[in-house]
Design a protein around this ligand. Structure first.
Ligand SMILES: Cc1cc2nc3c(=O)[nH]c(=O)nc-3n(C[C@H](O)[C@H](O)[C@H](O)COP(=O)(O)O)c2cc1C
Length: 317
């Protein structure tokens, strides 16, 4: 099945894979092929009990159309999104490129059906693993409006999410990564902290960061996030670096993920771990790269959960 899918352009393969899965789910035959996650070792992190360590990162199921079906495959957690307040179509196609068996570049640009659509799906939840929601901002919002976009999404998804990830790191929404600048980060994070307080939202809130930042920036983000009682980071999003990419792909727009991102991403995880060492804060760092994207139909990642941020096995698949 997977080799057949590779004959199609990546985005079409994505759709075909998920549509097939959805059909099997609706026909109630998925349970015949896949075991439930009950037999795996659970992990507790920030008060969340993950049935196992394998999950799906943001981007595969942006609108929450498929998480019930994906859940039947046994994942311990699924992060849906990135979702924005208003629907948007994203960048023109083609916008995903396979650049090797294990790496892709995507320039999707937060194509999604809007937060109300997602919430409609969250209300129909059957998945009993951990369901995270990744929130973002619309492309046509200016920097100030983008803060309101995050708040708007936060308020909408809070009643249904087991955790919320604030995504400031997509390279495909121009200017979004400006939120990594200390002052802008502080403004965003303090606003979200107030929203959280107002809603009495006690579940974890994470920030998804870029792998293209230097140590001083990461350190500044950690200090600010900690001061505002955020629970940790999701490390990392895709990179705009083309250092490891073959010449013919160097000029593609968007973010690189997969094997060619692995070392850079792990460096950020190490930095986060070193900033945390000795403080015993119980902070969490999700990090990607367990199975290569190509193992799962196309392009997206299934990532392991490591409660104490050790760089052991499983980084790179
Ligand atoms: C096609 C595609 C779409 C993605 N969409 C999103 C997204 O909407 N939001 C997000 O936070 N990350 C998104 N990502 C980034 C992944 O969640 C992940 O952080 C990144 O791919 C790095 O992990 P990996 O190297 O294991 O793939 C996307 C990645 C890919 C390949």
């Amino acid at each position: 099945m997977l080799s057949i899918l590779r004959l199609f352009p990546p985005e079409l393969a994505h759709f075909l894979a998920l549509a097939t899965l959805q059909l099997l789910y609706k026909l109630r035959v998925l349970g015949i092929f896949f075991k439930s996650h009950q037999s795996y070792q659970s992990v507790t992190l920030n008060s969340l009990i993950f049935p196992n360590r394998l999950g799906i990162a943001a981007g595969l199921d942006k609108n929450g159309d498929y998480f019930n079906a994906l859940g039947m495959l046994g994942f311990g957690f699924i992060e849906v999104g990135t979702i924005t307040p208003r629907p948007q179509s994203g960048n023109p196609k083609p916008r995903i490129w396979r650049i090797s068996n294990s790496s892709v570049i995507n320039a999707l640009g937060f194509n999604n059906k809007g937060v109300d659509h997602l919430v409609g799906n969250l209300k129909k939840r059957n998945f009993d693993g951990i369901l995270g929601v990744n929130i973002g901002a619309n492309k046509d919002s200016d920097q100030q409006q983008r803060i309101s976009d995050y708040v708007y999404c936060f308020e909408k998804v809070a009643p249904y999410a087991d955790y919320i990830t604030v995504n400031i790191s997509s390279p495909n929404t121009p200017g979004l990564r400006n939120f990594h600048k200390e002052e802008e980060f502080e403004t965003l994070i303090s606003t979200i902290a107030s929203t959280r307080e107002k809603l009495l939202f006690t579940k974890p809130v994470f920030i998804k960061i870029s792998p293209d930042e230097d140590y001083d920036t990461i350190r500044a983000l950690v200090l600010i996030a900690r001061a505002r009682n955020f629970d940790g980071f999701v490390a990392t999003n895709t990179t705009i670096s083309r250092n490891l990419v073959a010449d013919k792909y160097k000029n593609l727009p968007g973010g690189l993920s997969g094997e060619l991102l692995k070392d850079q991403s792990n460096m950020i995880v190490k930095q986060l771990a070193s900033l945390d060492s000795g403080t015993n804060t119980g902070w969490s760092y999700f990090f990607p790269q367990f199975w290569r994207s190509s193992h799962f139909c196309l392009a997206y990642k299934i990532r392991p959960l490591n409660p104490r941020c050790h760089l052991k096995q499983g980084n790179g698949g």
